[in-house]
Every structure is written in C-alpha cells, then in structure tokens.
Ligand binder design. Structure first.
Ligand code: GLN
Length: 296
C-alpha cells in the first residue's frame, strides 16, 4: 500500500534522516515514520499535513513529538509508542504485552476467510490471540461467525478486550479465554482453528534486531528449534475440530515442510502451504476428514 507523503519541511526532513541513519530504515520508511509521529502528536490527519505543509515546522517545538522521536531513535517500535498498528484495514491497540500485528499474518486471515462462506455461522478458535487482531478481523469480515480468542497471557487478553470493544462493540460473537493452549477447552470443538503461535527459535539472531527486541518473548519463542508450540497445536487441535474443519497455522520462513509433516502426522488431509507477499511459505493448514475411514 502506498501512502502519499507530505511535502518535506526542513525540520521533519532532518528528523527523518536521523531515523533513517540510526535505525537503518529506507528513506521512505523514515519519512513516513517522522510524519506519522507528528500527525499523531498534533492530532491531525495526514491529509491535513499534506494540505498545510507549514504544520511540519511544529516538529521543532511540539513536546510530545519530541519525546516520541527520542523513544523511536532509541529503537522502540513505533507501534508501541503510538499504541496502535493497522492490520487488515483496522487500527488495533497494541502494548508491549502483545506482538505487533504483521502484514504476513494477513495471509492467515485471507486463508481463513477463503474457507468461511460469507453467511456461515461457523465457530472459530484463535489460539494465542494476543491483540485479538486475527480473531477480531475474522469476526468483522464474517458477521455470523463466533470466535473464541484464547491466550495464556492475562495482560494480552486485556488488550484484546479493548480492541474487541472498540471494533466489534458489545458483540457476543467474540469471547476471550485465558488458557494455556487447549487446557480450558476440554470437550469443545470448533469449525476452524487458526493460530499465529510463537515460532522463533531460542537464540535466533534476528531476536536482537529491530522491533522484535521489544516484543513479549512468550509470544515469539517456540523452544530451542522454534517448533514446540506448533507441535503441541498440531497434535491436539484435531480433537477440537469438527468434521471437515480446518487448522491453519502461521510459521517461520523455513518451517513449512516440518509443519506439513506434523499436520499429516496428526491425520489431517488436504494439507497446504501458502506464500506471503514476500514469497515466503508462511501459513500451512490441513482439515479433519469429513468422516472416519477404515473403521468398517
Ligand atoms: N513473524 C515474527 C518474526 O519472525 C514471529 C511471530 C511469531 O513468533 N509468531 O518476527
């Protein structure tokens, strides 16, 4: 998605260059971040900054902007500074208690929506819901679906609740459950299970670069090889899937083959992996057989 940038303005331009050089951002990212900080500090729209380029001079004097810029220059993710990140066309509240929603996770939502007819009244479970971005987006896109967002972190469920109230209103279509994976769900089945679980390997070098340094370890780390959560989910999920129901999981750039094998090993069929916009196999899934075979 391309967003129009405001005419530069010397003060803003200067800050953008600092952001670029300190954080290793592209020119465009740096410009758009400086602008976003200013627009939010002045509580104006981006359109207004474009229409009134003189406002860019406020970058020199606005105290909130100054503080935010300092935090950003120290590496703090802009999503945590502004407590907001856009996902699938909606702005979600995010705090350091939750993972920052990423564009590649929109693929998981797309794959879920492709498998939920517009008027279906299916039930969906989102395992490790975090900010609720996946669960709430599915509920917004499919008005008859009921979604359960589950997380082991009580703090993240508070963030999900805020997002639910703001984006879905007082809907009873989303329930939030505090549980260590399936522990609280004994005997419950869903028509679909989706998850963006922790899948980064402990010691992975990219944990020490960029935004990820500030994100909750609990939402990122999947054990020594990164696959612990995916193993647990694929092993247990089939028991919580209705006949014909899909399990869809996001995973790391090099985990598609391993996850497919787990899905097959768990007895799921129609196993698939799809590529995100960066061309990386990012989401894999399989479905429970419509009926049991080989028992007669
Ligand atoms: N995609 C994230 C990253 O590699 C990880 C998210 C996750 O573990 N679920 O930065």
């Amino acid at each position: 998605m391309t967003t129009k940038l405001a005419p530069p303005g010397a003060a803003l331009m200067h800050d953008a260059l600092r952001l670029r050089d300190t954080l290793g951002l592209s020119n465009r990212e740096a410009r758009s971040e400086a602008e976003l900080l200013l627009v939010r500090a002045l509580n104006i729209t981006r359109a207004r900054l474009i229409a009134e380029p003189g406002l860019a001079a406020e970058a020199k004097t606005n105290a909130t902007y100054g503080q935010w810029l300092k935090r950003r220059l120290a590496g703090e993710p802009i999503a945590y500074i502004l407590s907001a990140r856009e996902f699938y066309g909606h702005v979600f509240t995010v705090t350091p208690d939750v993972l920052i929603p990423r564009p590649e996770t929109e693929l998981l939502v797309d794959m879920a929506l492709e498998r939920i007819p517009p008027d279906a009244d299916m039930t969906v479970l989102d395992l490790g819901t975090g900010s609720g971005a996946i669960a709430i987006t599915i509920a917004l896109q499919r008005p008859h679906v009921r979604v359960v967002g589950l997380d082991a972190s009580a703090a993240s469920l508070r963030v999900a609740k805020l997002n639910c109230e703001r984006l879905l209103g007082n809907s009873d279509r989303l329930s939030l459950v505090h549980s260590d994976w399936f522990d609280a769900l004994a005997g419950t089945t869903f028509d679909m299970i989706v998850s963006n679980p922790p899948y980064v390997a402990e010691g992975d070098t990219h944990l020490s670069k960029g935004d990820i340094r500030f994100e909750p370890r609990q939402a990122l780390l999947g054990g020594p090889g990164g696959l612990d959560a995916l193993e647990r989910i694929t092993r247990v999920a089939p028991r919580h899937l209705a006949a014909g129901g899909w399990l869809l999981c996001e995973h790391g750039y090099d985990q598609a083959e391993a996850v497919k094998q787990m899905l097959i090993g768990a007895g799921l069929c129609d196993v698939v992996s799809e590529r995100d916009l960066a061309g990386v196999l990012r989401v894999s899934g399989g479905r429970r057989l419509t009926r049991s075979v080989g028992t007669g």
